[in-house]
Design a protein around this ligand. Structure first.
Ligand SMILES: Nc1ncnc2c1ncn2[C@@H]1O[C@H](CO)[C@@H](NC(=O)[C@@H](N)CO)[C@H]1O
Length: 140
C-alpha cells in the first residue's frame, strides 16, 4: 500500500464523472471536511493481508499530527502494482471500519474522477508518504 498523507485545514471534493462502470453509488457528489488527516491511498495487490499494519501506520500519523478526523481518499496514482478495483474497494471499506473505532472517518467516493481542493497546513509533519508492507517474516 502506498500512502501520501496530508494534514489539512480542509479538503473539499466533487465527484465529476465515473472512472469505471461499477463506480461506487454515491448520495452526495460534493463534500467538505475541516481539520483532517487525508491519506491518499493506492491499494496494492495483496493489501487485504496487511490491514492491521495499515491501521497502525495511519493511526500513528493521526496521533503525531493530532488529527481526530480522517478522510480516506482512494488514489490510483501512487503505485504500478495496483490491486483490482474489487480488492481495493474491500480494503478501503475495511480500513474505514477499523479506523472508526478511534476516529471520525470519512471516505471519498471510489471509482470516480473528482475535483478537489486541499489546504495543507504546512507544518513539518503535514506532508508524509509511506509504503506499508506486511511484517518481515521471521527467518526460520
Ligand atoms: N488500487 C486502487 N487503489 C485506490 N483506488 C483505486 C484503485 N483501483 C481503482 N481505484 C479507484 O478507481 C478510480 C479509477 O482508477 C480511482 N480514481 C482516482 O484515483 C481519482 N483520483 C481519479 O483519478 C479510484 O477512485
Amino acid at each position: 500500500m502506498r500512502v501520501l498523507f496530508i494534514h489539512a485545514d480542509y479538503i473539499e471534493y466533487e465527484a465529476k464523472s465515473k472512472a469505471m462502470k461499477d463506480a461506487e453509488e454515491i448520495i452526495e457528489k460534493k463534500e467538505r471536511y475541516e481539520e483532517c488527516l487525508v491519506p491518499f491511498i493506492s491499494v496494492e495487490e495483496g493489501d487485504s493481508s496487511i490491514l492491521d499494519r495499515a491501521v497502525v501506520e495511519i493511526e500513528d500519523v493521526a496521533k503525531k499530527v493530532g488529527a481526530e478526523r480522517i478522510v480516506l481518499y482512494p488514489y490510483a496514482h501512487l503505485s504500478n502494482k495496483l490491486a483490482s478495483p474489487g480488492e481495493a474497494m474491500k480494503v478501503l471499506k475495511e480500513l474505514e471500519k477499523m479506523l472508526s473505532e478511534k476516529y471520525e472517518v470519512h471516505r471519498a467516493p471510489f471509482g470516480w474522477y473528482k475535483s478537489f481542493v486541499i489546504s495543507c497546513k504546512g507544518h513539518p509533519l503535514s506532508e508524509l508518504s509511506k509504503e506499508i508492507r506486511g511484517e518481515a517474516k521471521e527467518e526460520e
